[in-house]
Design a protein around this ligand. Structure first.
Ligand code: IVH
Length: 732
């Protein structure tokens, strides 16, 4: 196949698989199979002299917006919706709608989930072949003028960069149109983002909506690409261009500035067409004829709220027929033909019984509200975070107060306000912060400029417990079976202590300051089997068998998992060490850059700061961590006693590749010779025709001949295609 033809074929194939994966949640290829195609396309594009079109799947992440986001007026205002909070509101709205329509005309309503994110307007226009390409993505802004966030919108994989002419024709769409919809951050992506932020010492985002809104306004498209935003389309409108020509030609129906002109005769058809051309479809919609059916839809939808992977806050009801929408028109700020039914906030009122102080892995002491259990949004809530002393002061909360508790997208409930009325008298007891660690009794320290109090005793058992949980957790050392319950037992707690009421597992290191007794209820016992993360690796089967509910099979399984974790790469081990400010990304950068624990341990603050993702604060923390003798002993033990491999391949920077000479020989499995050459050169390397002492790498494929022999004789490094691609992917 000619290269150009193969490129075209690969682009189409990759788009198809991205659609299966990101829009339909039904992938067919494995990640590796997908990557192989993607890398092959990248290589062919690099080798080709044809310009790479902006809608190629390889071009999602591009340059940063240099001067921030430009303000761009909307083709027509992005309005909001009037709200309904109960059936009566809906019935009154239904009546108004029907009164505005001729008596003979039946009204149908399309109901959709109301996604809790931020709205975006996407403009598509034709390319030379009549395909629709994404031209621009705008935020809502103030409703009339939005911000041009195209560079970030392009990284959202559920937004097609291009829609083939044939698909448009099949769906009855022109190649210019505007799509409006909701950009959301799925809960899993939100939780991951917050884990990373906390590890990096940054404040977590409050909920997925704020996280999505913050992400879309980030000036680094590559960060946006990593965060996995999604987009659900809910409107399909005529394009601005066709709209103005329509208006100039004296088109009757539409007055610019009143809200929108759907392309198709009904909302339900718009939704079908949007899905047909590749947008993510609202997962639950229905078109019905009566307000009773609307109410039934709402009642059936609310319970699925907790089963969705993203947040919704209600149901949007739209008059289905475009003609009828036009007849009803708009009020100042909202269409009369649509309404948002808002679900009741997932909040409840309950009493604050006390405050527990939980000691985290970094020693940070977090106040946790101990609540009279209350049922909110499908679960019983008895704990809520109070964050820190500032938050307590802001709320002005006292023990005994009645408080309003909300469950947002996050799993951790939050106290929003103190409730005070005739039925809810104020509490009287002030919340005192402890002066000493509730677990090890070391005096707590507040660093300058920080709100948080910390236990600075590195061997505090409460810290160790959190450290162990973090170390073993998924995404870190992945030691399956080494969960909370087993860790607690390894630290000498019995299971019955774990399960005792009022002492939930997450606060075993807490005390109730509301009670007179300031002793920890579960002081560490002498039976602890481990005193450090290194001790995980010296555990024996006999020891495990002494624990409650651990039989032969479980013991073997856990030991096998522990053994497997010895192979974890350096980045995971670094993450596992729980160094402040070092999240997944930073750990990876450090591992890539230094290539070994030894070089990292000896790195100076300047060397650390020189790394892309590492600022002065992080550099200082990392440096301090490795200067600390206790930490050095721990690492020694992890290496020598625990036998962790801590392996990493040192990343080759573009600058380093610049001095390197490559020779190509034989036939590579997927890369044509000129593609391989172009890739190496693009990364700054040189490609030469013959092997000499100066050759750094020989890239050898099938039927390599004398060059391979010569390279072997000269002890030149030999790469196959995957090794070359790996080297290149690290070099950019
Ligand atoms: S239609 C004239 N449909 O809710 C604006 N909006 O409270 C009509 N939203 O700004 C918007 N899901 O950001 C519509 N299926 C849906 C929606 C939806 C979420 C958001 C949207 C809008 C806000 C109004």
């Amino acid at each position: 196949m000619a290269a150009a033809e193969e490129i075209a074929h690969l682009r189409e194939e990759i788009r198809h698989h991205e659609h299966l994966y990101y829009v339909l949640d039904a992938p067919v290829l494995t990640d590796a199979e997908y990557d192989a195609r993607y890398n092959r396309l990248k290589a062919l594009e690099a080798a080709s002299s044809d310009p790479i079109p902006a809608d190629s799947p390889t071009q999602r992440v591009g340059g940063k917006p240099k001067d921030g986001f430009q303000k761009v007026p909307h083709s027509r205002p992005m309005l909001s919706l009037d709200n309904a909070y109960n059936d009566a509101d809906l019935r009154a709205w239904d009546q108004r709608v029907r009164e505005s329509l001729p008596a003979s005309e039946p009204a149908r309503y399309t109901c959709e989930l109301k996604l809790d994110g931020l709205s975006l307007a996407l403009h598509y226009g034709p390319d030379k072949d009549g395909n629709a390409t994404l031209l621009r993505g705008l935020t809502r802004g103030d409703g009339s003028v939005g911000e041009d966030v195209t560079s970030n919108v392009r990284t959202i994989k559920s937004i097609p960069l291009t829609i083939p002419a044939a698909k448009l024709a099949a769906a009855g769409l022109p190649s210019a149109f505007e799509v409006r919809g909701e950009c959301v951050m799925p809960q899993a992506a939100f939780l991951k983002m917050n884990r990373d932020r906390e590890a990096a010492g940054q404040a977590p985002a409050v909920n997925p909506r704020n996280a999505a809104a913050g992400t879309i306004r980030t000036l680094e498209p590559n960060i946006v690409a990593q965060r996995r935003l999604d987009f659900y389309a809910y409107f399909l409108l005529t394009s601005h261009e066709s709209l103005s020509s329509f208006a100039e030609g004296g088109g009757p129906a539409f007055v610019l500035g009143t809200g929108g002109e759907p392309l198709l005769p009904s909302q339900s058809q718009s939704l079908t067409a949007l899905a047909a051309v590749g947008f993510r479809a609202n997962p639950r919609t229905a078109t019905v004829s009566t307000i009773d059916d609307v109410i039934t839809f709402i009642n059936q939808s609310e319970p699925i709220r907790d089963t969705l992977t993203f947040d919704i806050d209600g149901i949007v009801i739209k008059l289905d027929a475009t003609q009828q929408q036009r007849r009803l028109g708009f009020t100042g700020k909202a269409p009369r033909w649509a309404i948002a039914y808002k679900f009741a906030a997932r909040a409840g009122i309950t009493q604050l019984k006390g405050v527990l102080f939980q000691v985290g892995r970094t020693g940070k002491v977090t106040p946790v509200a101990d609540l009279d259990p209350v049922f909110i949004g499908g679960t019983t809530v008895s704990r809520a975070t109070l964050h820190n002393a500032d938050e307590i002061a802001r709320l002005g909360v006292r023990i005994g107060d009645f408080v309003s508790v909300e469950r947002g997208g996050d799993v951790i409930p939050k106290i929003t306000t103190v409730v005070e009325d005739a039925r809810h008298p104020r509490g009287t007891e002030e919340i005192d912060f402890p002066t000493h660690c509730p677990r090890c009794k070391t005096a707590l320290v507040r660093a300058e400029g920080e709100v948080d109090l910390r236990c600075v005793n590195a061997s505090c058992p409460a810290r160790l417990e959190e450290e162990l949980r973090h170390f073993a957790s998924r995404g870190v050392m992945n030691i399956e079976g080494l969960g909370e319950a087993l860790i607690a037992q390894l630290l000498g707690h019995t299971l019955s202590e774990q399960e005792s009421p009022g002492l939930p597992s997450q606060s075993v290191s807490s005390i109730d300051v509301g009670s007179a007794e300031a002793e920890s209820t579960n002081a560490p016992t002498a039976k602890a089997l481990i005193h450090s993360i290194a001790d995980i690796y010296t555990l024996t089967k006999a020891q495990l068998l002494t624990l409650e509910r651990i039989g032969e099979k479980t013991a073997d399984a856990v030991l096998a998992e522990i053994d497997r974790s010895r192979k974890a790469p350096l980045a995971r081990v670094l993450l596992g060490l729980g160094i402040r400010h070092v999240g997944e990304r930073t750990a990876k950068s450090l591992a890539d850059h230094f290539g070994s624990m030894d070089s990292l341990m000896e790195a100076t603050v300047d060397e650390l700061t020189a790394i892309n993702d590492v600022g002065p604060k992080v550099a200082a923390t990392v440096h301090d961590f490795f200067q600390n003798p206790t930490n050095r002993t721990l690492i020694d033990r992890l290496r020598n006693e625990a036998k962790l491999e801590m392996s990493a391949e040192k990343r080759v920077t573009t600058a380093q590749l610049a001095g390197l000479t490559f020779v190509l020989t034989g036939t590579l499995p997927t890369l044509p010779r000129d593609a391989a050459k172009a890739l190496i050169e693009a990364a700054g390397g040189k490609v030469s025709g013959s092997v000499s002492k100066k050759t750094d790498y020989l890239v050898a494929g099938e039927e390599a001949g004398s060059k391979l022999d010569k390279a072997q004789a000269l002890e030149v490094k030999i790469l196959d295609e995957p090794a070359l691609l790996a080297l290149l992917s690290q070099a950019t």
